[in-house]
Design a protein around this ligand. Structure first.
Ligand code: SAM
Length: 242
């Protein structure tokens, strides 16, 4: 019987690859990968010789139904992305959506994901959290998304490219105010680093490089926190209550 395996791959350190992930990739009929050249490095490292085919942002429209058909025909298919969990800020959702609509078997082979790995080490409240992923690269869209997120009291997880981080932080400062953040860089790699501070603190740092996740503290209703509980009672007394 056909099945779709969603297989996590490492986000930097090649050792973060589970035994089950390796066994699954060796045993399936075909692996769909976001970037076959990139995945070949990993697959070679673990002697995985399974047939590899591309499934990415630009061919997903035409390929989704082919993949689903293969599963319906009884093939065991694995889906991987360049790093971490497929589907999360990576291709794959269309296949999962279609396969689940048709009642096909889907199985997850978990592993690292950059966002949740950054969240647990950030020092900011781990729950509740909102995973946002990438903001739009266009300023107007980015600002309107930030405005939608402004009053969410959850810690928020963003992905960002190094060449856009300063612009994003500047926009966040304008919309969110000077919140506490943690910029998690190069997770699981040699230069893994967590920069903790306010948005203004991080904006002072020049030349931030590498892959990065931005964890942002949620909205805090400071007026509610500062409110004097006795004021309400005094107001009631003044109105004649005893
Ligand atoms: N599917 C992946 C996952 O599960 O985390 C995310 C893929 S997304 C296209 C790539 C983004 O994830 C990068 O731009 C960066 O924001 C984040 N990322 C991936 N690997 C990372 C790492 N080792 N350290 C920090 N951020 C990372």
């Amino acid at each position: 019987k056909g099945i779709l395996y969603l297989v996590a791959t490492p986000i930097g350190n090649l050792s973060d690859f589970s035994l089950r992930a390796i066994e699954t990739l060796k045993s399936v009929d075909k692996i769909y990968a976001e970037d076959t050249r990139n995945s070949l490095v990993l697959l070679k490292h673990y002697n995985i010789t399974t047939k590899l085919e591309s499934y990415h942002e630009f061919n997903q429209e035409e390929k989704t139904l082919d993949v689903v058909k293969e599963i319906e025909d009884g093939m065991k298919i694995a889906l991987i992305s360049d790093a971490g969990l497929p589907v999360i800020s990576d291709p794959g959702y269309k296949i999962v959506e279609e396969a689940s609509k048709r009642g096909l078997a889907i199985s997850t082979i978990p592993g690292a994901s950059a966002g949740i790995s950054a969240l647990i080490a950030s020092g900011l409240a781990p729950m509740p959290y909102t995973f946002y992923g990438f903001l739009d690269s266009k300023k107007t869209k980015r600002m309107s998304s930030l405005n939608e997120l402004k009053y969410i009291p959850h810690t928020i997880i963003f992905y960002e490219a190094p060449h856009r981080i300063m612009e994003t932080l500047t926009d966040m400062l304008e919309v969110f105010g000077n919140r506490n953040i943690c910029l998690a860089r190069e997770l699981t790699k040699t230069y893994e680093e967590y920069i903790r501070g306010t948005i203004e603190d991080v904006l002072k740092i020049e030349g931030l490089k590498g892959e990065m996740v931005l964890i942002v503290e949620g909205y805090k209703d400071t007026k509610a926190l500062d409110a004097n509980p006795f004021e309400k009672i005094e107001e009631l007394i003044s109105l004649g209550y005893k």
